[in-house]
Design a protein around this ligand. Structure first.
Ligand code: NAD
Ligand code: TYD
Length: 368
């Protein structure tokens, strides 16, 4: 079969499968933050599904993010493959040897600040890696390809703008966001050009257990636990729309099973808050002084505000977030308190070089 003949495949491109049907899903980036929660959710709630987790194990990928899966899941239901999604040979070999029906593409370089230091890995993995997966999925004729995009593709909102809808123009401002926008559009193009049953989600800022501590909330929580400064960029008034990772992965499963190919679904919890408010919230939960907050030099092209209109996913698929931010944040802070070994190992490794480099001229005191 030519690589562009997938629309002739016997696999339905429109019908969602019954959740009790047996099936194999390829999750990329399953050792990262969101991917690990998705793998766990699928294995817990879809007992007839097999999960193949393809992850390169970059600095952000950690098999310790799914200890329960690694230790307790029957090998027949879960398989880990260490591979780079850019490696077409490895990806095609996997599709050759397995009957993969669903793909959920989460593998990516994800940190905006790192993309400002070096955009090359972002273009490589986020764009070329997505192309390799789309090409393989088209060639082998899979049933559904869920591409996990982000609200950052929309760019920035002004203070009184209505939240982004799926029709808002894409105006990415960082190399990370631009690479995600390119991948998002490429996924759309494979649907239009080759009939690949692509679904796209664009989610807001996630928080929860197992998030790599370079990101705002785990960085601020773990710094606060160590009585270190919390480096708040600019005037601290940038706004993000926060969602608990469990709510996000439930949305992903819903879109995977019930979404309409070719459609885009915004996903968010409508919890828009300034970074300063979030930082104070964390300090209040931990009973630490607000004086730990240090305003530092801003990130270039720092998007002022993200906010998502999620009417479509709510009305069309019946998905709703279920974890209020106040509750989710408290539980998340407790998780980092209880899992010091997990984040201390990360913070004392390669990450400490990055931290020194990025925060050197931002923070007055950077640990040597
Ligand atoms: P993460 O950085 O925690 O994890 C990324 C995972 O991808 C890691 O396990 C890493 O090893 C793997 N990976 C990276 N390059 C790879 C490659 N070339 N081949 C195979 N694996 C590779 O990221 P995350 O926060 O879990 O985000 C997952 C996805 O969700 C990303 O696509 C991101 O753009 C998107 N997203 C994230 C958020 C958020 O708030 N975290 C919000 C919206 C969308
Ligand atoms: P981040 O977790 O990097 O996510 P994103 O930029 O993709 O939204 O940052 C969330 C917000 O927190 C963002 O407005 C930048 C801000 N921030 C800080 O103020 N200080 C920091 O040290 C970091 C990492 C982020």
């Amino acid at each position: 079969m030519s690589s562009k003949d997938s629309t002739n495949s016997t696999t339905s491109i429109t019908g969602s499968m019954n959740p009790i049907d047996s099936m194999t899903v390829l999750v990329t980036g399953g050792c990262g933050f969101i991917g690990s929660h998705l793998v766990r959710l699928i294995l817990r709630e879809r007992p007839n599904w097999r999960v193949i987790n393809v992850d390169k194990l970059t600095y952000a990928g950690n098999p310790e993010n799914i200890p329960d899966v690694n230790n307790a899941t029957k090998p027949s239901r879960y398989q880990f493959v260490q591979a780079d999604i850019v490696d077409g040979q490895a990806i095609n070999a996997l599709f050759d040897s397995e009957k993969i029906e669903y793909v959920v593409n989460l593998a990516a370089e994800t940190h905006v600040d790192r993309s400002l230091i070096d955009s090359a890995p972002f273009l490589r993995t986020n764009v070329e890696g997505t192309r390799v997966l789309l090409e393989a999925a088209t060639h082998y004729g899979i049933s559904r390809f869920l591409h996990v995009s982000t609200d950052e593709v929309y760019g920035s909102l002004g203070p009184t703008d209505p939240p982004f809808t799926e029709q808002s123009p894409l105006e990415p401002n960082s190399p990370y966001a631009a690479s995600k926008a390119a991948a998002d559009l490429l996924a759309r193009a494979y649907h239009r050009s080759y009939g690949l049953p692509v679904l796209i989600t664009r989610c807001g800022n996630n928080y929860g257990p197992y998030q790599f501590p370079e990101k705002f909330l785990p960085l601020f929580i773990t710094n606060a636990l160590d009585d270190q400064s919390l480096p708040l960029y600019g005037d601290g008034q940038n706004i993000r729309d926060w969602i608990h990772v469990e709510d996000h992965v439930r949305a992903l499963l819903q879109v995977l099973e019930k979404g309409i190919p070719g459609e885009i679904y915004n996903t968010g919890a409508g919890e828009e808050h300034t970074n300063q408010r979030m930082a104070e919230w964390v300090l209040d939960i931990l009973k630490k002084p607000r004086s730990l907050i240090q305003l530092v030099k801003d990130r270039p092209a720092h998007d002022r505000r993200y906010g998502l209109n999620v009417t479509k996913i709510q009305n069309k698929l019946g998905w709703r977030p279920s974890i209020p931010l106040g509750e989710g944040l408290g539980v998340t802070v407790s998780w980092y308190q209880d899992h010091r070994a997990w984040w201390e190992r990360i913070k004392s490794g390669e990450y400490s070089n990055y931290y020194r480099q990025w925060y050197r001229d931002r923070l007055a005191i950077v640990p040597q």
